[in-house]
Design a binder for this molecule. Structure first.
Ligand code: FES
Length: 63
């Protein structure tokens, strides 16, 4: 599913980088080489990043 229509960013792309990039949705977009245009997707993108980060298990605890 596309989260950002302006940049054709898919949900799975955001989830894939959520734990390797710190910061907000704009930082995540920058990591993908994109930047927001209309901005209508940012709240949903923030929610996806937060959800993915909340579910992440720190590497030290995963062993
Ligand atoms: S839908 Fe993401 S910037 Fe427009």
């Amino acid at each position: 599913m596309y989260v950002c229509i302006c940049n054709a960013i898919k949900e799975r792309e955001l989830r894939a980088i959520a734990c390797s990039v710190s910061g907000d949705a704009e930082a995540a977009y920058a990591a993908l080489g994109k930047e927001p245009d209309c901005g209508q997707c940012l709240c949903e993108a923030e929610d996806i990043l937060a959800e993915e980060r909340a579910g992440a298990i720190p590497l030290a605890l995963a062993v």
